[in-house]
Design a protein. Structure first.
Length: 242
């Protein structure tokens, strides 16, 4: 009896070891192992995740989004560069205004002229020229004066020529003094005048430009052929020195 129990125990142990051996073999080749299936699933998931993060798997953006496709403004895009934020229109306007402000010659059409008596020097008038336009203008040389219907232009005092051409910005004034008569007894008797025509020089002192100014003289104005007119000056005091 005792030997039979021992034999039975040995057989049961052998069968158990055989079963365990078969189970171990099945786990090694991965054909029936649940662990093998889980490992394969995890590996596939990792591979898929890596591919989704790869730059090659991400479609390149073309600078548009849903708003842009719908006719809106693309997001996260900088506005076009402009000159100082003014845009193309502002740049064009600026260029136009620069051209418009190019200096021109002063004449009767873009200036206002006035003539007035002065207490000093004696027998003098002051001629004032003011830029009434929207551009700077050059007051070239000296004004060309004619009293009433005189044929000759009033003499110009060459010693009064300034170092540079007088330039007037809009609203600025230039001045010329008119010495009405010369030394007493040095020429024909003074003649009374009521009107003064002012012509304006161009780049050449012999030329005239634009329209002349027609002025009414102060009452009891007398002139003779020995008088003079100065060049245009930037300061009234400089004109009245002569």
């Amino acid at each position: 009896m005792r030997s039979n129990r021992i034999r039975t125990t040995v057989l049961a142990t052998t069968a158990l070891l055989a079963a365990l051996s078969l189970t171990a073999c099945s786990g090694d080749d991965g054909s029936t192992s649940d662990n093998g299936k889980a490992g394969s699933s995890a590996s596939a998931a990792n591979t898929t995740d890596k591919q989704s993060q790869s730059p090659a798997a991400v479609p390149e953006k073309d600078g548009t989004d849903a708003d842009a496709e719908a006719g809106g403004t693309p997001k996260n895009t900088a506005p076009p560069a402009t000159n100082g934020g003014k845009g193309a229109t502002g740049s064009t306007e600026q260029a136009g205004s620069t051209t418009d402000r190019k200096p021109v010659a002063c004449d009767g059409g873009n200036t206002k002229s006035t003539v007035s008596k002065v207490s000093r020097p004696l027998n003098h008038l002051l001629l004032t020229l003011t830029n009434a336009g929207n551009r700077p203008c050059y007051a070239y040389y000296a004004p060309k004066l004619r009293f009433d219907d005189a044929q000759a232009v009033f003499p110009v005092l060459d010693d009064s020529q300034p170092q540079a051409v007088v330039t007037l910005d809009p609203g600025q004034s230039a001045y010329a003094s008119i010495g009405l008569t010369g030394e007493p007894g040095s020429g024909p008797a003074p003649r009374k005048a009521t009107r003064l025509q002012v012509n304006f020089s161009g780049r050449s002192p012999e030329s005239s430009t634009g329209t002349p100014a027609q002025l009414t003289l102060p009452a009891n104005t007398y002139w003779d052929d020995n008088g003079f007119v100065t060049y245009w000056q930037t300061e009234m005091a400089d004109a009245l020195v002569y």
